[in-house]
Each structure stands twice: as C-alpha cells, then as structure tokens.
Design a protein around this ligand. Structure first.
Ligand code: MTE
Length: 322
C-alpha cells in the first residue's frame, strides 16, 4: 500500500478562529517554557550539497497525513530539484540557490481579503505550530520523491486574513530578482513564477505551506523560506520562495499555463489517465539509488489522495480540466 488508509477529513477540521487562538496561546506557553521558539531567529547554518541548511525546527509528526513509503534521502531531496530561477538542470538549484537571501523576507497578502498588507515572514509564521507530513511529490515529468515536509495548513493562514466572499481563487508568486535568481535573466518562463489554487483546494487540510524538511529549515534549493506543497497535484503547483499571496475573483493563470497551455493546465491534478502531450503519466520513477533501473511504479489518481480530494472535482471532466 502506498498511502495509509484514507483519513476522512471533516469540514469541522478546518480550524475555527477560537481553536487557532487557543493553539496560539498553547504555542506561547511552550515558548515561555523554552520548548518551542522554532521559527524566530533562524540563523546558524550547516551545509548540505553546498547550500546552507539552517538549524533544526521544532515540530510534531502528523502520521495521519503521512505516507509510510520509504523516504528519499536528504541528499536526493536537496540534490535533484526543479527551481528554474536557478537553471533548468536538476543539479543547478543545489549549485546556485545558495545566493538567495532568505532573511529578511516579507510576504504580501493582497486582494480580496479583510486584512491585507506586507508582513515580515516571522509575523506570518508566528501563530502557527509546525507539523511533519511525509508526502510524495509527483512531478509532471513522471518522477517522484517522498519528502518529510515541515509546515502548517495553508487554510489556517488563509482564515487569519479573512478573505471576502469575492475571493474565489488564491494566486501565489515567487520572488522576482534576477540578481539573486540568475535563471530569471532568460525567458524560460514568464517570470515571476506564479501559481494558483481554487479557494476550496487552498482550504483543503492536505495543502500546506512548508518552511522546512527533514526537521531542518527549508534548504534554499527546495524553496526557502516558504513554499507551497499540494500533494495531490503535479509538483509544479508547489511554488517555491513565495513573496505574495493574493485572493482573486478571477482564475489566475500560472506561469506554466501561460508558457504552454496545451501541456500544463490550471488544475494539474495527478492523473494516470490523462497523458502529458509528450509522455505518459501512467507510471512514475522513484528518484533514488539505482531506481533508474528498477521497475516503474503505477501512478495513482490524485497521487493516492483520491479518497480525500476527489469530491472537490465531482462533476468535472478531468480530461478537459487537466
Ligand atoms: N517554484 C518555482 N518558483 N520555480 C520552479 O521552477 N518548480 C516546480 C515546483 N516549484 C518550481 C517551483 C516543480 S516543476 C517541481 S517538480 C517542484 O517545485 C520541485 O520541488 P523540489 O525541488 O523541492 O522537489
């Protein structure tokens, strides 16, 4: 079995404000007791694959949302990446992402919400408790990895900023800075990298904002300091190094959709039945030692999360809405 039995995620689990406030008090009490304090003052670095990985984070494992498949190694997770801002070779992000300055960092909350503004990353993160969720990332290029992410539900953040009734979608944007991100000097994509989710997708408890992996602060090549992870969609939805979260009434167009609309759709749900125009999506290759020669494994609908997310798409033709 690839994914643990489906947890049914009830709407009541979408944390109401008062729960979140009591959780915040809980976090504060931990901090007062000197047990938490995971996010502030992240500074002391160690190096993995030539890129700084900063100190350990405080988090609790969330087995309910985790696959029990074998994890990829830290070296694989940080050495084989897609982050076109640093080049299109899988080794380029590990080679070049070290030049990205991830502190200070701010995130703009924009558009159709009651509370908008530009916030320091520490203020964005402060109320949230961190969990580890072991999710598979299934790339559109038909390879996959299993990664122990550290993050918190995107829905918890969205609720804090009180989107209005006009907010139907959420658009995410990556930093635009060709000095730090040399790949942006080339017209590989329509920069800055942008992605979007429908509001109900964004509120789904499986969607997280991740600030770390393998218990450590997010390595630059994996999208430091904050990135999205949407485990039932192809990896390109999981946008890295986010500087803006905008609530919109109209469906935003992602960078991939703008550059190749026939190949990359808005939904990007993992779907073994809908081939990419240039290759099959029926199987996938697990990145890892020797795996190139090992049999490919079948790709599962919604990356194995059909029980939890299929209802979001009921009545939709997923071959058209790919
Ligand atoms: N985000 C930005 N800003 N730029 C990118 O090129 N690549 C995407 C996604 N997020 C990308 C991005 C793709 S195609 C994949 S498969 C995942 O990041 C890879 O995440 P990982 O390198 O952490 O495994």
């Amino acid at each position: 079995m690839l994914i643990k039995p489906a947890p049914d995620i009830r709407p009541s689990e979408i944390t109401p404000e008062r729960v979140y406030l009591s959780r915040r008090r809980f976090l504060q009490s931990l901090t007062a007791a000197g047990l938490a304090g995971g996010l502030a003052g992240i500074a002391d670095a160690q190096t993995v694959m030539g890129v700084s990985v900063i100190r350990e984070l405080d988090y609790h494992p969330n087995p309910r949302y985790s696959t029990d498949e074998a994890k990829n190694t830290l070296e694989e997770v940080t050495g084989y990446n897609n982050f076109y801002e640093f080049g299109t070779d899988k080794g380029d992000p590990a080679r070049y992402a070290g030049r990205l300055r991830t502190r200070p960092w701010s995130v703009a909350i924009e558009g159709e919400a009651e509370d908008t503004g530009v916030f320091d990353l520490e203020d964005i993160l402060a109320p949230h408790t961190l969990e580890e969720r072991i999710y598979r990332l299934r790339c559109v290029e038909a390879w996959s990895m299993v990664i122990p992410w550290i993050g918190f539900p995107l829905g918890d953040l969205i609720r804090r900023f009180r989107p209005t009734s006009r907010a139907k979608y959420v658009q995410f944007t990556t930093l635009l800075d060709p000095k730090q991100m040399p790949g942006q000097r080339y017209p590989v994509l329509d920069w800055p990298y942008a992605e979007g989710l429908r509001m109900d997708e964004a509120m789904h408890p499986l969607a997280i904002l991740a600030v770390g992996l393998y218990g450590k602060v997010m390595p630059n090549q994996n999208g430091a300091p904050i990135r999205l992870v949407v485990p039932w969609k192809y990896g390109f939805k999981s946008i890295k190094s986010i500087v803006s979260i905008r609530f919109t009434e109209q469906r935003p167009r992602s960078s991939w959709e703008r550059s190749a609309p026939r190949e990359y759709g808005f939904y990007a749900n993992v779907n073994p039945e809908v081939d990419h125009p240039r290759w099959s999506q029926k199987t996938e290759r697990r990145i890892g030692a020797g795996s190139f020669w090992e049999p490919r494994q079948p790709t599962r609908m919604f990356n194995g999360y059909a029980d939890q997310v299929a209802s979001l798409y009921s009545g939709m033709d997923l071959a058209r809405n790919f």
